[in-house]
Design a protein around this ligand. Sequence first.
Ligand SMILES: *Cc1c(COP(=O)(O)O)cnc(C)c1O
Length: 493
Amino acid sequence: MEVNTFVEPLIFELSSPGRQGVRLPESDVPCYELPSDLLRERLPLPEVSQVDVTRHFTRLSQLNFAIDTTLYPLGSCTMKYNPRVNEDAARLPGFALLHPLTDADAAQGALCLMYELQTYLAEIAGFKGVSLQPAAGAQGEFTGILMMRAYHADRGDHKRTKMLIPDSAHGTNPASSAMAGLHVVEIPSDARGNVDLAALRAQLDDTVCGLMITNPNTLGMFEEHIEEVCALVHAAGGLVYGDGANMNALLGIAKPGEIGFDVMHYNLHKTFSTPHGGGGPGSGPVAANEKLVDFLPGPIVRAVPDGEDDWRYEWHMPPKSIGRMRAFHGNFGMLVRAFTYIRVHGEAGLRAVSQHAVLNANYVQARLRGVYPFPHGERFCMHETCAQGKIADAPSVVALDISKRLMDYGFHPPTNYFPLPKIVPEALLIEPTETESKQTLDRFCDAMLQIAEEARHNPQLLKDAPHSAPMKRLDEVKAAKELVLCCVIADDE
Ligand SMILES: *Cc1c(COP(=O)(O)O)cnc(C)c1O
C-alpha cells in the first residue's frame, strides 16, 4: 500500500509540548488519586491547539466521498440528497429533547407525528397497519419473518419452515430468514431477469412459510409476473414478504399491498431521505395487511376520539403482537425526518420522486449502452440499472478497476459485484436517484465512457487507480484475511 504525500502535516507532527486547545478553570473540588490499574505508563496524545484539531477533523471529513460533495450512485442503497429542512424539524427542541419515557399524555405531539407517519406509510404501500419500531431494513426483515412464523403457528400450521428467496435477493434476506430459524431455498432468475416460475412452482408445498422478494428486484427490473408469483405462493398456503428497500421506484405509482404482498419493510433512510451510511442510524418500519396486522410488534400509536373533533393518541399493543423489537419507540429522529420529507413533497411530489428516479436511471442506461454490457438492457430499468464492468478489447479490466478509476473523476463508485457474480458477472449496479441533474448525470456518463477508452489504450491506468485518493489501491484480500481492528500504540513510540 502506498500513501500519497499529504500537504498538511499530520496531527502528531503538529504536537508541541504544553500546547492545548482549551483552558480549564482551577479545580474547585478535592483531587483524588486514581486506582493504579486505571492508569497507563504512557498515553502519547498530540498536544495541539483548537484550530489544529478543527483542521485535522475537517480535512479527514473531506478525504471521504459523501452525498454532500459528489454523486453517490451506490445501487440498492439509494444515496439521495438529504434535504436540510428534515434536519431543522428533527432538531426542534420539543422533538429532540423529549425523553423516551415521557407519558403519552405529555408527548401528544410526538405520538401524533408517529401516528400520521404510520398512516402515510400504510397508504403509500397499500397496507393496513405499520409499526415504526425496527431500527434498520434488516431488522424490519427479521420482524416481518417472525410475524409470518407467528401467523402460521397461530393457525396450528407448524410444518412451514421453508423460506423461498430469489437468487437476486439482498444478502440480508437469507440472513434474516436463517436467524428466524427457517430453512432458505434459493429460486433462480430467468433469462429476462424475473423469478423463474417453473423453479418457484417446483418448491411450492405445505412446508413453505413464504417467499421473500424485492420488487423492483436487485437487477433494477420490475418483476413482470409479480401478481402470478404472489398468487402461486398464496395458493400453496404461504405468505409473501416484500423487501421494500426499493420503494424509491414505486412511490405514488404502484402499491405492494395491492399487488399481493402480505408484509413489507420500508427503508426510511433510503426512500425517505434520512441520512445513512458511515454507521448512521437507520429506520425500517414494517407494514402488514389484514392477515398479519395483529402480529405487528408494539406498542404502536392509535388515535382515539377526544371530544367533538379532536383526537388523543395512545400506545396500543396489537392483539397477537410478536412483542417488542427494540427499546423505546424506534429511531425517533429518523421518523421526524421521514415525516417532514413526506409532508414537504405531498402526493404529487412523491410520485415525481419515483418518476425522476426511474427516468434518471434509464438515461444513464441509454447513454452507457453499447459500451458497457447490460445483461437485461433490452428492457427499461426502474430506479437503478445493472451494467457489467467488461469492456470490449480490454480483457484484463474488471468492474473493480472501473470503480476505482471513477474515484479519480470525483465520483463515488456504483455497487460492485452485487447482484452476485453467478447472476451478473462483474456487476456495476448504478442508482443515480432523482436528486441529480442532467448535467451531473452527463458528467458521470462522460467519465464512464472516457474510462472505457482508457481501458482499451492504457489498462494499467485503471489497474493502478485510484491515483488521486489519499490511499492507493488497498489489498482487500489481505484486509479481510488479516483483520486488524484496533491500533496499538507501541510503548516506546
Ligand atoms: C439496504 C437493503 C437492505 C437492508 O437494509 P439495512 O437498513 O441496511 O439493514 C435490504 N434489502 C435491500 C434490497 C436493500 O437495498
